[in-house]
Design a protein around this ligand. Structure first.
Ligand code: F3S
Length: 293
């Protein structure tokens, strides 16, 4: 069995930066350190951080006299104000790409544009972006959502950073007809583009694809979506324990990729488990070639 790992798999720049900043804070901690929401969308990595002393909370109200880490997804302007009012120390690991979307929607909302965000309304990144335009954005995530938009004068469109290009472009075609002046900003980040392109390339060359990443990770789910277009056998797993080994053993060529919030050690465990199948196969072949005595 041949196992191929996609280029650009695993931690993106923004997640790596958030993880590094958190590790530095934990090493030098002289007070409690909290993360507002799970630091990254990867349960196993979050558990490791919690063992090192990081506390995860869902609400600022749960934090007093401590440091709070803003994760790479970013938060709304109101949350930043709330943190400042409570006099908490902020460690802001908002990804700079997300931050530039905050600035963009704030600027255009101030100029009288209606903001449209293409993305998942329940995702923390989108909740955060909406909070920089007074929570007045139209959030669209499907053709139906886009078609239902009212006619508007001025529109500014941005995207969740982890969207697929295809979805962004398709929805923009509909949105273009909804305003007299429509400014479109493709804010899908480069890390997302690279991961999706590498995933697409590899998926079309292999018999099966393994996508490693959190079940709540938006960019991982997008890799699964992309992969399914080019490969019939796609398996989304969070850890090596979930590998469907028996099913996988019938394929000759298997591709592996991982979402932007998947740590290297999880990818390594999966690759090692897959390598073991290969070694077992080899052992069985060697054993069956032994002369029975
Ligand atoms: Fe940032 Fe893109 Fe990663 S927006 S957090 S570099 S997926």
């Amino acid at each position: 069995m041949e196992i191929i790992i996609a280029d650009n798999a695993g931690f993106c720049f923004g997640v790596k930066r958030a993880v590094d900043m958190t590790n530095t804070e934990l090493i030098n901690a002289n007070k409690n350190i909290y993360s507002l929401g799970p630091l990254i969308h990867n349960q196993q990595a979050v558990e490791r951080f919690e063992k090192s002393g990081l506390k995860t909370v869902d609400d600022i109200k749960e934090i007093n006299n401590s440091k709070v880490i803003i994760r790479s997804h970013g938060v709304s302007k109101n949350i930043i104000n709330e943190i400042n009012q409570k006099d908490l120390e902020i460690v802001d690991s908002t990804c700079p790409y997300v931050k530039s979307v905050h600035k963009r929607v704030e600027e255009y909302e101030n100029q009288g544009y209606n903001i449209i965000i293409i993305g998942d309304s329940n995702h923390p990144e989108i909740i955060g972006i909406n909070g920089w335009c007074n929570n007045k954005a139209f959030i669209v995530n499907s053709l139906e959502d886009a078609e239902k938009l009212p006619m508007m004068d001025k529109i500014c469109v941005v995207s969740q950073t982890t969207n697929t290009q295809e979805k962004f472009e398709t929805l923009c075609e509909i949105i273009k007809e909804k305003g007299n002046e429509v400014k479109i900003f493709n804010t899908i980040c480069n890390a997302t583009n690279l991961r999706q392109e590498s995933c697409k390339k590899l998926s079309s060359q292999v018999d099966a694809m393994i996508i490693i990443g959190g079940y709540h990770s938006s960019n991982t789910k997008k890799l699964v979506e992309v992969s399914k277009k080019y490969c019939k056998n796609v398996y989304h797993i969070e850890t090596s324990k979930e590998l469907p080994l028996q099913t996988l053993s019938k394929f000759n060529k298997i591709g592996i990729t991982a979402g932007a919030s998947t740590p290297d050690w999880i990818i390594k465990e999966v690759v090692e488990t897959m390598d073991n199948i290969n070694n077992n196969e080899m052992m069985e072949a060697i054993e069956s070639s032994f002369t029975k005595i």
